[in-house]
Design a protein around this ligand. Sequence first.
Ligand SMILES: C[S@@+](CC[C@H](N)C(=O)[O-])C[C@H]1O[C@@H](n2cnc3c(N)ncnc32)[C@H](O)[C@@H]1O
Length: 281
Amino acid sequence: MLSYRHAYHAGNHADVLKHLLLVNCLRYLRQKEKPLCYVDSHAAAGGYSLQSDASQKRAEFQSGITKLWQQNDLPDCLADYRQLVAEYNQSKNLVSYPGSPWFASKILGAQDQLWLHELHSNEAENLKAAFRGDRRIKVVQGDGHQGVIGLMPPPQRRGLVLIDPSYEVKSEYQQVVETLLKAHRRFATGIYALWYPVVARQRIERLEKVLRQSGIQRIQLYELNVTADNPDYGMTGSGMIVINPPWTLDKSMQQALPYLAHHLSDKGEGSYRIETVVGES
Ligand SMILES: C[S@@+](CC[C@H](N)C(=O)[O-])C[C@H]1O[C@@H](n2cnc3c(N)ncnc32)[C@H](O)[C@@H]1O
């Protein structure tokens, strides 16, 4: 049994990047009135107390959302993201942090549909409890890779798939590509957002290479590093790979990433990457 629990990491710099990007993409999709579908392959619990023993153990949120909480010079897209976190907290104090399903449920409308996959029974139960009564939301306890592929194409023919594994086993780097390829074959116009950790640089280079050779077009990469690459440090940063990014995303990330690299970094060692992995031919 794998041991990952997102409560230990909630609100860290990787969550900031992931949820900022998620909010931006979903806001774009919501500009049209047409129904859309959100699919979360690895949803976790949906929301976290930052005062729990798990969150307090390494207090990772202090390297992420805490550093943005009092800032008064946030770029617009970061201010929008922080406002949502503030709404989740329902107070001026930062005591809890929402997960990806909550951000999506907040932004999506009454006509939209959300599919949340979570393999582990405790987290799936927490997820069900968090969204009980919300008829737009279906929680599936099971494998998110199979779940994503099985749902494509969604009947709405519009939507976003978030693929956010914990990468506890190295084979997940391969598995995420297989999932993306199969899902994209069935639903080529969807937005796909894949999260990856920066722990060992060569794994990311391999991931980018496989995607460059995949035949999929319009792939963009956004990465935030809070310190220089260091295999002995653990996670020094993280990135999001987005297939079919909304045209608004690049501009937002051009504003947000330099800000985050500066404010969330250790001793000014932060950096970021904005790169086109594959353009449009
Ligand atoms: C990084 S967390 C997800 C965080 C969440 N997306 C968020 O942003 O709030 C990864 C989650 O995937 C779950 N998980 C691991 N393997 C899975 C699988 N094959 N299918 C679905 N969920 C899985 C873990 O239990 C964990 O809760």
